[in-house]
Design a protein around this ligand. Structure first.
Ligand code: SF4
Length: 330
């Protein structure tokens, strides 16, 4: 019988699922995902997790509870770094321990450290370590890793072409592209798990698309462009998420094709609290692009979110249609 491996549908699921799925399936495992986020998943996570944690970490607890009794293994890697010379948020590193010490009756946890800070080549040795939970044949693990990298490359290619990640992950390949002059291009900055979890962001991307907006997210910006843009900083940004947000923001600001920028931040996020402020100052000082910060937490109401989204997009349209002297910043 196939071993079942559970992957919580949150945090870096939105970034790496096509890689993880192919890797585990090539090794003969069955991949089981937790359900899409619901009120119950969120409430369960909020009850169990410490109050001080950010919303995405609280949600992770809810997804673990949702899936833990259906699988033989839970995949909760200890994520230290996913790119050279950079760190991911420390909460990712502590996550396996937080879960093990809080959630009862867990299946076996695969908590191998993923740390590519010194070299991307470490990815292969990490894959060998993880693969040995399923097979001992290193050639088979090597092949699975290769297939997984190919799958990830195809996924990234589609996202860079402008497809929203969840349209690929949910196999709905509907792509909205700017096809008439009235369509606005709105860029959205934020962590993938905030941008694409439809429950927590109250379906923000779909609402924008239905309002005639072409949505461009940070994940659609090529890594090479981000590398180039962050060279403008006086110091190296060593937070992975921060570098991605700042590099994309500079790109959106300079491309001349963006009509407005939304920064979606999770309440309690240490990285966002200063990166968002930094980006906002830059945009206000160097451009006329309308900019808004939307904050989400477990108490955010949908009506409030809808009102702010509508006001923001209406303001941009009025500006184009009627006058040139409306404030760029709401
Ligand atoms: S980067 Fe921010 S939102 Fe993400 S886990 Fe860390 S604190 Fe939470």
């Amino acid at each position: 019988m196939k071993k079942k491996i559970g992957i919580p549908k949150c945090l870096l699921y939105y970034q790496y699922y096509p890689l993880w799925k192919v890797f585990f399936e090539e090794l003969g495992a069955e991949v089981i995902l937790s359900d899409n986020t619901t009120k119950k998943i969120m409430d369960d996570g909020v009850k169990l997790c410490v109050d001080e944690a950010c919303l995405p970490i609280k949600l992770f607890y809810g997804h673990v509870l949702n899936i833990k009794d259906k699988v033989d293994y839970l995949f909760i890697p200890r994520l230290t770094s996913v790119s050279k010379n950079e760190y991911i948020c420390p909460k990712f590193g502590g996550l396996p321990d937080m879960i093990k010490h809080t959630v009862k009756d867990l299946p076996k946890i695969i908590d191998t450290e993923i740390n590519l800070r010194k070299s991307k080549k470490k990815a292969f040795t990490t894959a060998l370590e993880i693969g040995q939970f399923f097979v001992s044949d290193k050639t088979k693990i090597k092949k699975a890793f290769k297939e997984a990298i190919t799958s990830y490359g195809e996924y990234r290619k589609k996202v860079k072409q402008g497809v929203i990640p969840t349209d690929i992950l949910d196999k709905k390949l509907s792509v909205v592209k700017k096809n008439d002059e009235n369509m606005l291009n709105i860029a959205v900055i934020g962590h993938s798990y905030n941008l694409y979890d439809k429950y927590t962001n109250m379906n923000m991307i779909e609402k924008l698309k239905n309002n005639g907006i072409n949505v461009i997210t940070v994940d659609m910006v090529d890594g090479k462009i981000i590398d180039e843009k962050v060279k403008q900083l006086n110091k190296q940004m060593f937070w992975y998420f921060g570098r991605k947000a700042i590099g994309s923001a500079y790109h959106f600001m300079e491309t001349g094709e963006i009509d407005g920028i939304i920064y979606l931040m999770a309440f309690g996020c240490g990285v966002d609290s200063f990166i968002c402020d930094f980006i906002e100052r830059k945009i206000r000082k160097n451009s006329e692009i309308p900019f808004i910060v939307l904050n989400i937490d477990e108490h955010t109401g949908e009506a409030g979110m809808d009102t702010r989204l509508e006001a923001f997009t209406d303001m941009i349209r009025w500006r184009y249609r009627d006058e040139n002297n409306l404030s760029a910043h709401g």
